[in-house]
Design a protein. Structure first.
Length: 440
């Protein structure tokens, strides 16, 4: 139906007859009986989407799939649409966003603290998907989240559905399409967003170096927009920890690390003694193990796995174990550099490993300001002084939960009541004294 001039310009743009029919027209201009012709053979995909000769020719209403957004299509329908050269933007004929600019709604339960979930929800997550409180609360830590929907077992898929996941919401919100091959990303039109984030076919396949991971704040606005289309948010990009943290540290203390060796369960002792090479002596003497001088990224996959079993992940390991000392100065964030400057470091002394005099002081000799900034790199009295767990008992800082509005109101009422009672008691006492004076 194109004119000769239009065909010429389409050719200049790289189109030929078949690609034009698919990518530009999706075979919509063809007759139903022609959809099975050699070189076209698209009828089967339209049939998956619910079309037949009557609806195609306008005698019956279009099928339900015609009114669905891309994310609402079933896996089979989305695959069929992709065979017709549709992807999200061309199928929806617009950019469809929900709250926050994401392509689909956040899952109901996934980003709720483990301890705020109902018992039946925790049971499904634990039994069917092998989550526990630690793996659930640290976003992206569980190995299952590295698998896309089709890589889940049937039992895992069933459990995920009970947690209100569908194939597309799991692949987007949990996996961020990381389990897809680059060809699959291209197939569904998602490669565009990963390309903006610096990926290409070779880096995705591991044939060349991956793009450097940056913090959410370091991303340009265009990159953040691309990440959002992959269901990344600040929390999921940064590997956010949902664990409530009331302590002075940037992350909740890893409780298990500060338990004396003799009090650890036997299976935990075996894990600690494995690839991490902890002995009872090195475990109890804080800061003495060589493994604690390494950054998380310097650990082997096996060591990282064992560290996770001990309750660590990248952020808590680098903060509580190595205190970022294995980082290059340029790898530290600006706020971390400021912390180290306040403790006496500068770029030169850091690079030359010239430890400042503040590190020679005992904790109780540090100024209040020095203690406060040391907390920001996960130091506290006992790991700063390298105390022995056999000689000290470390109370993991959690603190009381913040009052909710009802508790606050009750507190105010109790406070008001107490004040009123104190006033009444004082008034009665004063009156009694006055009476005694006049009686004499």
């Amino acid at each position: 139906e194109l004119s000769r001039t239009e065909k010429m310009y389409a050719g200049i743009l790289g189109y030929e007859r078949q690609s034009w029919h698919c990518w530009q027209n999706h075979y919509l201009s063809l007759r139903w009986i022609d959809l099975d012709n050699e070189g076209i053979q698209s009828k089967q995909w339209w049939e998956v989407l619910g079309w037949d000769i009557s609806s195609w020719n306008g005698y019956n209403d279009p099928p339900i799939s015609n009114e669905k957004y891309w994310v609402d299509l079933s896996e089979e329908e989305r695959f069929a649409a992709a065979q017709l050269c549709y992807f999200k933007r061309t199928w929806d004929e617009t950019d469809v966003y929900v709250d926050g600019g994401f392509p689909l709604d956040k899952p109901t339960y996934r980003y709720t603290n483990w301890f705020d979930l109902d018992d039946d929800v925790r049971a499904v997550a634990s039994d069917g998907l092998k989550y526990d409180s630690f793996l659930w609360n640290v976003v992206g830590l569980h190995t299952i989240e590295a698998r896309d929907w089709k890589q889940l077992t049937l039992v895992e898929q069933k459990s995920a559905k009970l947690l209100d996941f569908s194939q597309i919401s799991w692949d987007c919100w949990v996996n961020n399409f990381r389990g897809y091959s680059w060809e699959e990303l291209e197939f569904y039109g998602i490669d565009f967003f990963y390309s903006i984030l610096g990926w290409n076919y070779r880096s995705w396949a591991g044939l060349e170096e991956k793009p450097q991971k940056r913090s959410w704040e370091e991303l340009k606005e265009e990159e953040k927009d691309a990440a959002i289309q992959l269901c990344y948010s600040f929390e999921t990009w940064e590997g956010y920890d949902l664990t409530v943290n009331y302590g002075p540290f940037p992350y909740a203390m890893p409780k298990r690390r500060y338990v004396e060796w003799a009090d650890l369960p036997e299976d935990i002792q075996i894990i600690a003694n494995g690839t991490l090479r902890y002995t009872e002596e090195k475990w109890n003497n804080l800061g003495s193990a060589k493994i604690e001088t390494l950054a998380w990224d310097d650990l082997t996959d096996e060591q990282q796995s064992d560290a996770i079993d001990l309750g660590f992940y990248k952020k808590t390991w680098d903060c509580f174990q190595s205190h970022y000392r294995s980082y290059d100065w340029g790898e530290l964030t600006t706020s971390q550099q400021d912390v180290f400057r306040l403790l006496g470091w500068n770029e030169v002394s850091w690079s030359n490993d010239e430890t400042p005099s503040s590190y020679e002081k005992q904790w109780d000799r540090l100024s209040t300001k020095e203690q406060s900034v040391a907390n920001r790199i996960c130091y506290f009295e006992h790991n700063w002084d390298r105390n022995n767990l056999e000689e000290v008992e470390i109370v993991v800082v959690t603190g009381p939960p913040p009052m909710d509005t009802q508790d606050l109101d009750a507190s105010r009422k109790n406070s008001a009541k107490t004040s009123s009672e104190m006033f009444t008691t004082s008034f009665i006492a004063l009156l009694a004294v006055v009476c005694m004076i006049f009686s004499t």
